[in-house]
Design a protein around this ligand. Sequence first.
Ligand SMILES: NC(=O)c1ccc[n+]([C@@H]2O[C@H](COP(=O)([O-])OP(=O)(O)OC[C@H]3O[C@@H](n4cnc5c(N)ncnc54)[C@H](O)[C@@H]3O)[C@@H](O)[C@H]2O)c1
Length: 264
Amino acid sequence: MTDIWPDRFTLKDKVVVVTGGAGLIGRHICRACGQAGGKVFIAESDTEKGKKLQRDMMEDKLLSEYLYMDITSEESIKSGMEQILSKEGRIDVWVNNAYPRTDDWGNTFENIRTASWRKNVDMHLNGYFMCCQKVFEVMKEQRNGSIINFGSIYGVVGPDFSVYGSTEITMPAAYSAIKGGIISFTRYLAAYGGPYNVRVNAVCPGGVFDHQDRSFVDEYSRKTPLSRMAYPDEIAGPVLFLASDAASYITGHILMVDGGWTAC
Ligand SMILES: NC(=O)c1ccc[n+]([C@@H]2O[C@H](COP(=O)([O-])OP(=O)(O)OC[C@H]3O[C@@H](n4cnc5c(N)ncnc54)[C@H](O)[C@@H]3O)[C@@H](O)[C@H]2O)c1
């Protein structure tokens, strides 16, 4: 019998695009996909962070390229995609991970301005839609592709506000609407894309440790079956799996990566 599994778990010769690729979670996804042999495009609106990640990855001999992309602009997505296609001729994996938000993100429910709510839905949910629609055209033509959308536990369950205590941290209402929308849209596109062999899945992280207020980290950990927050590299493995051919029969799946938060 031939040894198929190393081939299925690899991203060798695959072209991978990660939006928001230089962020907290994104950079670990880029590195993981690079280490699995993929050619990674760091599609970012923060040029400084994107270029730095590219330099670091190249130093580690990981194939990567920074690409300016603003997912809130149809033109920017289109032009970024054209650049990738002119160089590589294909896009195998697209990870919608970017996290655009307004400066007043985090206002308590009573204080959210309607204009701000609209803007956040437009930048985030509609940004993911535009990326999906455009890359779907490419993957449909190829008769192959994997799209991974970032949801969150808060697209699935309501927040437990007690974990925020007296800290400044809160969970903005629009986030639930946006991530819930992304999760439902993922299922829609999986159903639509199946006949073209385009797989569409979502990864839903729980809280990721980023040196938050100690009391929040303690409270959050106490409520989580694995008794801690996630480390950002722990979100990359599930993305890598869904991106690879090891997940060739998985589509429309919402993969919770939350230490058991939503199991309770
Ligand atoms: N950090 C968490 O605890 C957590 C939990 C659940 C889900 N998530 C989700 O994971 C994803 C990544 O989150 P993160 O914590 O790494 O966020 P982050 O803010 O650290 O990184 C997001 C990246 O997106 C980039 N970005 C912002 N606007 C953009 C735009 N218009 N176009 C392109 N890039 C843009 C930023 O420059 C940044 O590098 C998000 O979708 C987020 O909702 C995060």
